[in-house]
Design a protein around this ligand. Structure first.
Ligand code: DAH
Length: 356
């Protein structure tokens, strides 16, 4: 025999809800995590009020059971979400109480730690590099780090299905069509040439991004791009610029060498190696016994790039190169692990000077 009806269940649910509402408002005056927990146990715990309505399910007729279940579940989820809200309120109340008790005196002088501060090695290296480029008559050109595929790839002669695109493990920007975190500073070649007619002599340092992380790669790294466009510019001019600034940084007695390589935006393209700073060409662990260290990519601007930006490739020639600033810093300062640069360890960073 079923002695409990749907009406009874509904009445009890209503009673529980109003009892809960009453206790909830009592708690609101002085919310605490302990009070909320007690409330939860009193209503949702094993011997709680909601649980005791549930226990009556077995005395209700089979036909009415699904409906009774719905009524009880509705009450339970109302109480559950109210408890969650109360928990958050109690936490906030506690924080506010602490803030009120111990107001922060912003006029209190800070105790000096005695630390003098220093420049980050990448900043240091960037400043040293720019100083050398300024001496050679370059101006600094700034370009965007979040850029369109148009500037980062397609105008630089990366065809849609070009295998060279695979060389770049690119971060694409979600929900923005054809937008990337630039994979190299070469995007400024396009920005600079679209904004400025040749003759042009610019250098552009900045952050670049690729999905890469190990001893010698970090997902964010720094490059410096150099671009010269004028009449009668030759590879000899390029070698002259590269030699001059590498010697200024690493000293006069280290050799550099150019070696052919492929990049879609230059023809001919190449890479520059510096005689190993550690063994001076004899061969050691740092240079993998080759005597040489790879510094960056270079080449003469490809006619397709000139065409993409509307510069007459019959009249003008130019060169560009792009080097890793972090890598140069690593070699110049003898660092073992590139990731050290981005870990924010003060002991490591404090070794560098305040001025370049
Ligand atoms: N952007 C190339 C890279 O990140 C490096 C590079 C190669 C830059 C050749 C250049 C260049 O300007 O001419 O791998």
């Amino acid at each position: 025999m079923s002695d409990v009806t749907l009406n009874t269940i509904q009445d009890q649910a209503n009673q529980v809800e109003s009892a809960f509402a009453e206790q909830k408002s009592a708690l609101a005056a002085n919310p605490s995590a302990k009070g909320v927990e007690e409330l939860r146990v009193a209503f949702l715990g094993r011997k709680g009020q909601v649980t005791s309505i549930m226990e009556q399910m077995r005395n209700i007729s089979k036909d009415d059971r699904p409906e009774a279940g719905k009524i009880i579940n509705k009450t339970r989820s109302k109480i559950e979400s109210a408890i969650e809200e109360l928990k958050a309120e109690a936490e906030e109340f506690l924080i506010q109480q602490k803030l009120d008790q111990a107001p922060i005196d912003i006029s209190l002088p800070v105790q000096s730690s005695g630390a003098k501060g220093s420049l980050h090695p990448v900043t240091l290296m960037r400043r040293v590099l720019l100083k050398e480029f300024r001496k050679l008559g370059f101006t600094v050109y700034d370009g965007p780090e979040v850029d369109l595929d148009l500037y980062n790839f397609s105008s630089l002669n990366f065809k849609d299905d070009h295998p060279a695109r695979d060389m770049q493990d690119t971060f694409f920007v979600k929900d923005f069509d054809k937008t990337v975190l630039r994979t190299h500073t070469s995007n400024i070649q396009i920005h600079a040439l679209m904004n400025q007619q040749p003759p042009l002599r610019v250098v552009s340092p900045g952050r670049t991004y690729r999905c890469d992380s190990d001893l010698t790669h970090t997902p964010m790294f720094h490059q410096i791009e150099c671009l010269v466009v004028d009449q009668n510019i030759s590879m000899g001019d390029m070698k002259g610029v590269i030699d001059t600034f590498l010697k200024a940084i690493f000293g006069d007695d280290l050799e550099t060498r150019l070696r052919p390589s492929y990049f879609p935006f230059v023809e001919p393209g190449g890479e520059v190696d510096l005689q190993c700073v550690s063994c001076r060409g004899k061969g050691c662990r740092i240079c993998s016994q080759t005597g040489w260290l790879e510094i960056g990519g270079l080449g003469m601007i490809h006619p397709n790039v000139f065409e993409a930006v509307g510069v007459d490739s019959e009249r003008y020639t130019g060169f560009a190169f792009g080097f890793g600033i972090d890598r140069i810093a690593m070699l110049r300062y003898g660092l073992q692990d590139l990731r050290q640069l981005f870990e924010g360890n003060q002991q490591f960073l404090g070794q560098f000077p305040i001025q370049p």
